[in-house]
Design a protein around this ligand. Structure first.
Ligand code: SIN
Length: 534
């Protein structure tokens, strides 16, 4: 058994931010299932929304966030995150994160602020079109050289350990996790009184997604199995503009392209967003994604186009160097050709329910970043608010946990969880079964639980997922664990949580749109959908 003051699962902006602060107080195991930089954060293009200009205000940022959230944001949480944001951004810059600046006539320079959908002001701090990579690299470098942090790559948490599961009848608390070391195949026991889930989202549950392969909803699934409250999983954000190209699947074309004047057009070059919303291509994401879906269904076209060819080629190459190069490799010169795009699953607004300190319903368990549902995003996340949420809540979580579970040199409980027993499990003989189930889940979620839903399709998905979960449970006990099997189990669990929440909400709101209840119902549904394993 290994014992740490803090165990952090996940090495994106949330996990790294927390680990760096926690290391000032005690020992930290920073556990990540692939390499340190394999995170959703590293893929983030747009940037961080934060009030830094005199032309902007906290009130405006709060208002924009509430508007996008369609009535379900927690206003107090929104205000906390927005107002505490500038101090956390300053810390990122002190750690070496470099955001783009622009030269002023006076000879001085200021932050170059981008614009994205739903924002009434320019307020997006960015590093060209690879903001997440800049943040990830700086934080990871700092973590790798911080003595109290032990970075454990290629380690994947299997399940959380709770006093309830161990048979203690007093308060149910999180006391650690079982973790698979991929290099040895051994499941180790990590004992801690302070476990932080920073495992990101679950985009891989859908056939088409902007997310990297790691986004399999592991934290949400583990928290569910441990009995923590999960909320609002029906609110899956589909990004309107994922590249549509057989060789470039999952490649995001940042909303910043529309922020800089990119137009959404059909195959004949006609702009269509004006028919759907007064803000046109910069309307909130749920509206743009649904409009594209409707246009594709109406015309039978497999995609629409994002056209930035009217802007000077030099500006496009300078502002979007990565998008330009990536598309060029696929034979597409975005300074001359419109970019074929389709909506794709991008962000989970729901997750493990927390307060504004990242504390979950299970004492000792914190959730920070996309894995959490803090109340910031409500029914639809405002673009670029998520990186801000991660740094602010990571900061608040460390302060909260130190008060709630103070470090006094020894674990709060002298308990020793039993070791993981593999029994007579043998190696998976046919990986094809795992891949088949994985594909089936992603396809059925895309077809039945996508941008436009119906109860009939959701019920069909629910029945099939229950069968799959039963099958997966059998493998789980018969075969030696590997990451593919663990991810499949988590993916199926998270898919079922999305469907369960979607079936509960008998209205359309934000990202949840159903033909059976096309209107919002404020009288009955101005509230979270909360579910718990009972
Ligand atoms: C983007 O660059 O469009 C993504 C920004 C975000 O999802 O917040």
């Amino acid at each position: 058994m290994k014992t740490y003051d803090f165990v952090v699962l996940g090495s994106g902006i949330a996990g790294l931010s927390f680990a760096l602060k926690a290391a000032r107080h005690g020992t930290v195991a920073l556990i990540t299932k692939r390499a340190g930089e394999d995170s959703n954060t590293a893929q983030a293009q747009g940037g961080v929304a934060c009030v830094t200009s005199g032309e902007d205000s906290f009130d405006l940022h709060v208002r924009d966030t509430l508007t996008a959230g369609a009535g379900l944001c927690n206003e107090a949480v929104v205000r906390t995150i927005v107002t505490e944001g500038p101090a956390r951004i300053q810390e990122l810059m002190e750690l070496g994160v470099h955001f783009d600046e622009r030269d002023l006539e006076s000879g001085e320079s200021e932050l170059d602020l981008g614009r994205e959908g739903g924002h009434s002001k320019r307020r997006i701090l960015h590093a060209r079109d690879a903001t997440g990579r800049e943040i990830e690299q700086s934080l990871l470098r700092a973590a790798q050289t911080t003595p109290n942090i032990e970075l454990l790559e290629n380690h994947m948490a299997v399940d959380l350990i709770t006093t309830g599961k161990l048979g203690f009848v007093t308060e149910d608390r999180c006391v650690g996790a079982y973790v698979l070391d991929e290099s040895t195949g051994v499941v180790e026991t990590f004992r801690t009184d302070r476990l932080i889930l920073a495992t990101g989202g679950c985009g891989k549950v859908y056939l088409y997604t902007t997310n990297p392969n790691v986004a399999t909803g592991d934290g949400m699934a583990m928290a569910w199995r441990a009995g923590a409250t999960i909320a609002n999983m029906e609110f899956v954000q589909f990004h309107p503009t994922c590249l549509y190209h057989p060789a470039g699947r999952s490649y995001l074309i940042s909303e910043a392209v529309r922020g800089e004047g990119g137009k959404l057009v059909d195959a004949k070059g006609h702009e269509f967003m004006g028919r759907y919303h007064k803000l046109g291509a910069l309307a909130p994401r749920d509206i743009v994604a649904r409009a594209i879906d409707a246009e594709m269904k109406r015309t039978g076209a497999p995609c629409v186009y994002l056209d930035i060819t009217h802007k000077p080629a030099e500006f496009v190459r300078e502002r979007f160097p990565n998008i330009y190069e990536n598309c060029l490799k696929l034979g597409l010169d975005i300074t001359k050709d419109p970019i074929p795009v389709v909506p794709a699953a991008h962000y989970q607004c729901g997750g493990v329910l927390t307060d504004n300190n990242g504390a979950t319903s299970l004492r000792g368990l914190y959730a920070v970043g996309e894995v959490a549902c803090t109340g910031l995003h409500g029914a639809n996340r405002l673009a670029s608010n998520s990186l801000l949420e991660a740094v602010v809540i990571a900061h608040r979580a460390i302060q909260h946990v130190l008060k709630d579970l103070p470090l006094n040199g020894k674990p709060l409980h002298e308990l020793t969880p039993p070791e993981w027993i593999s029994g007579d499990a043998h190696d998976v003989d046919e990986m094809v079964v795992i891949y088949h189930n994985w594909d089936e889940i992603r396809r059925l979620m895309w077809d039945y639980v996508g941008i436009v839903r119906t109860d009939k399709r959701l019920k069909r998905a629910s029945t099939r997922l229950r069968n799959l979960l039963r099958e997966i449970q059998e493998f789980y006990w018969d075969f030696k664990l590997n990451t593919d099997l663990l991810e499949l189990r988590n993916l199926a669990t998270v898919a079922a949580l999305i469907v369960d929440c979607a079936l509960l909400r008998k209205e359309s709101r934000g990202l949840h749109y159903t033909l059976d209840y096309p209107e919002s119902d404020d009288r009955h549904w101005l509230k979270n959908t909360e579910i718990r394993w009972v």
